[in-house]
Design a protein around this ligand. Structure first.
Ligand code: NI
Length: 200
């Protein structure tokens, strides 16, 4: 009885906390210029990133944002169906919205060029009804932004990002994953994207 009661109380406390704390909003960036951990996931976790052209679309777009939008990238990883970033920008919501819109368009073009009709059909099928501007929905809605509160949280999130391909069994060493800032941090290799390592 006691553990069950305790568990029940915990749920009540958690629910109250979620209601009272606007910073816990899972879908909105509240401090626009803060450093955030962000995740963008392909609709229904479909594996779109399976060859270099698809990774390059995200890489090139990130580089464009860094060069032209006062966008700072501190860490990233791109996996088969999602990417994580730690980033900041004067207006992070609109930068990320542009990034997602542009990469979605380029990904559709690439899928069409590669005749990947199964994936294209899936991306049409799962499109939300209210999204009228495009035939397809590449990215799930929301980026689950988490404001980085301190140095400890920052290093935890960087570690999480870099361990992702290892946890999934894709590589044995984090720096072996080509599309990850582990290469930047471990090997000082900035050949894919130059990330800002100044916070660590
Ligand atoms: Ni992940």
């Amino acid at each position: 009885m006691v553990p069950k009661l305790l568990f029940g109380n915990l749920i009540v406390i958690k629910t109250l906390f979620l209601k009272l704390s606007p910073m816990r909003d899972r879908y909105k960036i509240i401090e626009q210029d803060g450093v955030h951990f962000l995740t963008s996931t392909v609709s229904e976790w479909l594996p779109v990133f399976t060859s270099q052209p698809y990774f390059d679309i995200v890489v090139e777009t990130l580089k464009f944002c860094i060069d032209s939008k006062a966008f700072k990238l501190y860490a990233y990883v791109i996996l088969d169906n999602h990417f994580h970033l730690i980033a900041s920008s004067p207006d992070l919501s609109s930068t990320m919205a542009s990034l997602r819109k542009y990469t979605a368009k380029r990904i559709i073009e690439q899928l069409e060029a590669d005749n990947k009709s199964w994936l294209l059909n899936q991306l049409t099928f799962f499109k939300k009804r209210h999204k009228k501007e495009s035939q397809y929905q590449v990215w799930q809605e929301g980026m689950h932004p988490e404001l980085i509160q301190n140095a400890e949280m920052l290093s935890q999130k960087i570690e999480y990002i870099h361990k992702n391909p290892v946890a999934r069994g894709y590589v044995d060493e984090q720096e072996h994953w080509r599309y990850s800032s582990a290469r930047n941090y471990v090997n000082d290799d900035h050949s894919i994207i130059k990330v800002d390592c100044s916070l660590c």
